[in-house]
Design a protein around this ligand. Structure first.
Ligand SMILES: Cc1ncc(COP(=O)(O)O)c(C=O)c1O
Length: 573
């Protein structure tokens, strides 16, 4: 397909994300074949000078058919997400200077260490870390566990994210940095957060906070504060008690531990696509479960009770293949779509899980980040799974032992960095007991505990905080929606979260993944990061998630870059 965009000036992407790896991660050393232009994935150490970045901005990108637009040497975040490979790790000096054969034979001939590795097993089909033979090309030390090295390799992704985070735009300190509109962080309440959190810590940090505290799975203080908060804001059908909770260092850690306890390796989870890309990292990394994207209808249909039909089909397909499905995740409000589910749909999820005997995990991390959107009058208010009385509402049995709700401080309280998350499971003492075995590994630090507990217990301040945050989110959403619509870009209806879901593919006339990737990379090279839909397992290429809850200055700079790079000029009125 040919782009309608003019002028067709070819823009060769600078590899902005191919910067030096962060401290702590091994530095990639190109192998001889890579140095000769082999397509193996090795980030170049090229950086973008302010002048080259400026000249790149002069041209609107060419999206025309380009044979190499999906070539592996274009080191994009997308490549990392879809094609993670251990080859970005360093070659050991002993092997790095020579040609190596395919299975590392030469390395094995070199010295005694390699005799630790007898005959290498054939590569595992499901592994993206590579066979042990491949690993031997980059590592000659004592054997590492198959458990840790046999799964997905997050190294390249971590490298790139670290580079991105390190080079963030700041109008004074780093004016040539990357404006991040691709991460769900809320800076709209920055001033309020700093004030409230500092005071909370100052007033409430006790000498007992220097000890392990009074509980290994949180603290009595935070469990009490959280249960009272959930009772007030989540309208639970059954009162939440402190002993129904386990806290941890963010929802990622809580999800990891939860699924580690719920499921065995290889078992599967069904969840509606597009879905939050971090689930792949959080659940597969250690738990080694499978995530099965369920392609529910796009738009309203994906939020209706009939969307469960697609789950029926997916479940049947899994059964046919011998894959054991153990759980369903519902993310409400949905990330990346930024929408709340109706009570009817949540009941349909509950009914489905009861009928199929599955765990039902409800990720409600954006529960209170719901705002008014005048363009979306039929949006429904947030309903927590905790509030459902399935047995009474549907007149059918529902075993509440299968229901687990996750919520945290990162999103609703604009504090991704404090790392606080919680699991609420009200009727499954065995689960809580089993999780207690490992909960010390994710115990939140006492300063974070103090800050969050102080915020939650000052009820008046809490109300003001939540309402102000919602108003600010609504205002920022209106701004970005208007910005895209003035330029003829479709914005999906949303009423929650920190981001909008926009159809750049519709505007720029493409519907394929290579072009989605090219747009993403061109924007990144031009200094703005937005998240491509493929990273969320979205079915139709061309959609992107754009965060609006950043400072207005940063938002404007980021959008101006998008305007210039993609030629997104406003339609004349
Ligand atoms: C749906 C969802 N769940 C979980 C998380 C992880 O959050 P935390 O910062 O608490 O680890 C995120 C973060 O973006 C998210 O969007």
């Amino acid at each position: 397909m040919t782009s309608s965009i003019a002028p067709p000036i070819r823009h060769r992407p600078h590899t902005r994300l191919s910067l030096q790896p962060p401290a702590g991660l091994p530095s990639p050393i190109p192998s001889p074949t890579q140095a000769k232009g082999d397509s193996c994935f090795v980030p170049s150490l090229e950086t973008v000078s302010p002048t080259s970045a400026m000249s790149a901005h002069k041209h609107i990108i060419d999206l025309g058919d380009d044979a190499d637009c999906d070539a592996p040497e274009n080191n994009t975040l997308m490549s990392c997400l879809t094609n993670m490979s251990l080859s970005s790790l360093p070659m050991p000096p002993a092997l790095g200077n020579d040609e190596d054969d395919d299975d590392g034979q030469r390395g094995r001939e070199r010295g005694p260490i390699v005799t630790r590795f007898p005959k290498p097993p054939s590569p595992r089909r499901s592994s993206v870390l590579g066979s042990r033979a491949e690993q031997r090309r980059i590592y000659l030390g004592p054997k590492l566990s198959d458990r840790a090295t046999g799964g997905p390799d997050a190294g390249p992704l971590i490298e790139r994210f670290s580079c991105l985070f390190r080079d963030q735009y700041d109008c004074k300190a780093n004016p040539t940095g990357i404006v991040s509109l691709g991460v769900a962080e809320n800076f709209l309440m920055e001033k309020e957060c700093l004030q409230i959190f500092k005071l909370g810590l100052l007033n409430n940090f006790l000498s007992s906070d220097l000890s392990y505290g009074d509980s290994l799975w949180g603290s009595r203080r935070i469990n009490k504060a959280l249960s009272s908060f959930y009772n007030e804001w989540f309208d639970p059908a059954e009162e939440v008690m402190p002993e129904h909770l386990i806290t941890g260092v963010g929802c990622s850690a809580v999800l990891d531990q939860l699924f580690y306890t719920l499921m065995d390796e290889g078992e599967a989870i069904l969840l509606a696509a597009p879905y939050y890309t971090g689930f792949d990292r959080d659940l597969i990394g250690r738990g080694r479960v499978q995530l099965i994207p369920v392609y529910v209808p796009e738009g309203d249909g994906g939020f209706s009770p009939s969307s469960l039909d697609a789950f029926e089909v997916a479940l049947a397909q899994c059964e046919k293949k011998g894959v054991i499905v153990r759980a369903v995740i519902v993310c409400n409000p949905q990330n990346p779509l930024g929408r709340t589910y109706s009570r009817e749909t949540l009941l349909a999820y509950a009914k489905f899980c009861e009928e199929k005997d599955l765990h039902l995990v409800s990720d409600e991390i954006y529960a209170l980040s719901v705002y008014d959107n005048p363009h979306f009058p039929h949006a429904v208010p947030f309903t927590s799974m905790l509030s459902l009385d399935v047995a009474n509402e549907l007149g059918c049995e529902f075993d509440r032992a299968r229901l687990h709700v996750v919520h945290g401080m990162s999103k609703d309280f604009c504090a991704n960095g404090l790392r606080v998350g919680a699991l609420i499971s009200q009727n499954n003492p065995l689960l809580l007991r089993a999780m207690a075995n490992t909960s010390m590994l994710m115990k939140i630090s006492s300063p974070a505990d103090v800050i969050y507990s102080s915020l939650l217990t000052d009820k008046e301040q809490l109300h003001q905080f939540i309402e102000l945050n919602r108003a600010k989110l609504g205002e920022a959403h209106a701004y970005i929606r208007n910005w895209f619509e003035e330029r003829g870009v479709k914005v999906a209806d949303s009423n929650a979260g920190h981001f909008v879901w926009v159809d750049l593919g519709g505007k720029l006339k493409f519907r394929d993944t290579p072009r989605e990737k090219r747009v993403f990379q061109s924007l990144l090279d031009g200094g703005v990061y937005i998240a491509p839909g493929t990273a969320y397992h979205n079915k139709t290429p061309g959609w992107y998630r754009v965060t609006f809850s950043v400072s207005r200055d940063n938002l404007q700079v980021g959008l101006a870059k998008m305007e210039r790079i993609l030629g997104l000029y406003p339609h004349p009125k």
